[in-house]
Design a binder for this molecule. Structure first.
Ligand code: MUC
Ligand code: MG
Length: 375
């Protein structure tokens, strides 16, 4: 019977390292390969759901590394779920929270895999299980992060010409603020009238630097300034926000719904970047989105350079958000030398498209998984 079929039999976590097409430099680290934990969750009926936990340069973007994610899945999260049923995602989440504090990327990958397995079994897309979809394509930006403005302008021109991306997020904070301002001015001048720009400082600045630089970024028509201050400094962010017209995008300061409420109460942001690795899966993402909506804070579809596995899970979660004012940034599949799935996500006309079919609508390529797996 269906109930017995939905019992979780096995959860396998595989670390993979996939080279990127170029070096990706952000404030705290620089990577030439993306590391993920791929979760394969098998039900008694033989169906295997997949999920992905992305990291960026070890435990530097957040506290989770692929090594820690795999260790905590194997030792704590998987044992708490074996024998439980895939049609009870809230119970699965409660059991994971009882088994391990935080570990949101690990939990997010497992929850996505459980939804995929449930959707594949029932013959419905994950978006349907999450409440349905109000959109099937998403405006998608590209991130410029080599640090070399000449290379970045050339890269942006290529994306514009191919009609892949017309909004660019520039990673700042790795170099001195004055250098970044000069770099931004070159980019803004070269792309003026043809592309929108946002910046992400990944917590690199303090309040003084932010107060000096944000008005200049606003004057360059930079549309969003992401996480200019350290995640802990909500009061500082609120003061900076009150003194500039550049809208603030909250990223590392919002993992939980309570974090989102604190940002709202402090008046620290105009928009929030939603990510499965931060919110512990699609259910947590919906909760954070609800708090943001209640506070009048706009939604932005964030990423951590996921492959098509993790990106598809995000698109299913984003598909049902009534307003996604700032679109999304799931360019990840395009920055990898090779994707991990048979039919990668489709990018066209400045949009990324929700895959069709049951579950997440993507299938893992076992050869690619084997090739990039860390032994
Ligand atoms: C981040 O902090 O937003 C997302 C895109 C990118 O280039 O870096 C990431 C992480
Ligand atoms: Mg960010």
């Amino acid at each position: 019977d269906l109930r017995r079929d939905l019992a979780i039999q096995d959860i396998r976590a595989t670390i993979v390292d996939v080279p990127t097409v170029r070096r990706h430099k952000l404030a705290q680290t620089s990577v030439t390969a993306q590391s993920y934990v791929i979760v394969q969750l098998r039900l008694a009926n033989g169906v295997v759901g997949i999920g992905e936990a992305a990291t960026l340069g070890g435990p530097r973007w957040s506290e989770e590394s692929v090594e820690a994610i795999k260790a905590n899945i194997d030792a704590y999260l998987a044992p708490a779920l074996i024998g439980q049923h895939a049609d009870q995602p809230v119970t699965l989440g409660a059991r994971m929270d009882a088994a391990a504090k935080r570990n949101n990327a690990a939990k997010g990958a497992i929850e996505s895999a459980a939804f995929d397995a449930l959707g594949l079994t029932l013959g419905v897309p994950v978006a349907t299980l999450l409440g349905g979809r109000v959109r099937t394509s998403f405006p998608v930006l590209w991130t410029l992060a080599s640090g070399d403005p000449a290379q970045e302008i050339e890269e942006a021109e290529g994306k514009l010409a191919a009609r892949l991306h017309d909004t660019f997020k520039v990673k700042i904070g790795a170099q001195a603020p004055e250098q970044d301002m000069a770099r931004m001015r070159r980019l803004a001048t070269a792309l003026e009238g043809r592309a929108r720009l946002i910046v992400d400082a990944n917590q690199a600045w303090d309040e003084t630097v932010a107060l000096r630089c944000l008005p200049r970024l606003a004057e360059m028509d930079v549309h969003l300034v992401e996480q200019p201050l350290p995640a802990w400094n909500l009061q500082g962010l609120a003061r900076v926000r009150a003194r500039t017209t550049a809208p603030i995008l909250a990223d590392e300061c919002v993992f939980t719904p309570a974090d989102m409420m604190a940002v709202a109460q402090a008046g620290a942001a105009d928009a929030v970047s939603l990510k499965l690795v931060k919110h512990g899966g699609p259910i947590g993402l919906q909760k954070v989105a609800a708090v943001a909506e209640a506070a009048g804070i706009a939604l932005y579809g964030g990423c951590l350079l996921e492959s098509s596995v993790g990106a598809a899970a995000h698109l299913h979660a984003f598909a049902g958000l009534r307003e996604l004012a700032w679109g999304c940034e799931h360019f990840g599949p395009q920055i990898l030398v090779e994707d991990l799935v048979h039919a990668p996500l489709r990018f066209a006309d400045f949009h990324v498209h929700l895959p069709e079919g049951s579950g997440l609508g993507i299938t893992l390529d076992p050869d690619a998984l084997r090739r990039f797996a860390r032994c």
